[in-house]
Structure formats: C-alpha cells, structure tokens
Design a binder for this molecule. Structure first.
Ligand code: 5GP
Ligand code: ZN
Length: 112
C-alpha cells in the first residue's frame, strides 16, 4: 500500500517526531497553516475518521489526548484548534486518519 503517513511512521520518509508512543506518531505538517501545525496519526493505517469502527473508539480518545500533550509541550496555553478533515467534502487529502493541531496565532473564525 502506498500511503505517505505510513511511510513517515515507518521512517521511510524522514520526519521530526514531536510526540510518539506505541499507538500514535506526531510530526510537523509539511505546509504549516499556523506557527504550530502538527499532524497526529495512529501508527496503524485507518483510512479516515469515518472508517473507524467501535473497536477504535479508545484509539480515537488516545489521539485526542495526544493532541493535548503536544499542545502543552508547545506552550499553547492561550488556545489551539484540533481539526479532523474527513472524506472528500471534508477536505481530506491524505487517506490515513490524522488530527491537525493548529496554534500559535489567533484561530478565530471568522477572523476579527
Ligand atoms: P488533510 O487535507 O488530508 O486533512 O491534510 C493533509 C495534510 O498533510 C496537509 O496539511 C499536508 O500539508 C500534509 N502533508 C501531505 N504530505 C505530507 C508529507 O509528506 N509530510 C508532511 N509532514 N505533511 C504532509
Ligand atoms: Zn497509512
């Protein structure tokens, strides 16, 4: 299977680990949309949030908790945004479940 995030998790594509444990791996987004833009992915290949069955609920919680860990590590005490683009209309472009952690600037929407 040709999956860029599986290749990153396997170390076939180099990345800088931001956080990792036996279930998840976090690394900086290639095209950051904020001063802090980290991707948090399960080590196991799951296509999308919509592809996660009941048995994956604990893993989903673990991914969310990992985002909190990274936010604290990055000093995002004034706030941050966690986004999970899902499917074509959701804007998902990489078919390996991932959380975006965005922070380091105002994430207000609409701006102002
Ligand atoms: P999506 O649109 O699927 O929610 O987000 C995919 C994200 O993966 C994008 O923000 C994109 O910049 C990032 N991305 C795509 N390819 C790579 C890569 O090879 N390395 C890293 N670090 N990020 C990538
Ligand atoms: Zn994958």
């Amino acid at each position: 299977m040709d999956c860029v995030f599986c290749s990153i998790v396997a170390g076939k594509i180099p990345s800088t680990p931001v956080y990792q444990d036996d279930l998840v791996y976090a690394f900086p987004d290639l095209h950051p949309q904020a001063p802090v833009h980290v991707l948090i992915v399960p080590r196991e290949h799951i296509r999308s949030l919509d592809d996660s069955d009941a048995e994956k609920r604990a893993l989903l919680g673990h991914l969310l908790g990992s985002a909190v860990e990274v936010a604290r590590q990055k000093g995002l005490g004034s706030g941050y945004r966690v986004v999970v683009n899902t499917g074509e209309n959701g804007g998902q472009t990489v078919d390996h479940l991932h959380l975006h952690l965005l922070g380091g600037r105002s994430m207000h929407w609409p701006p102002g």
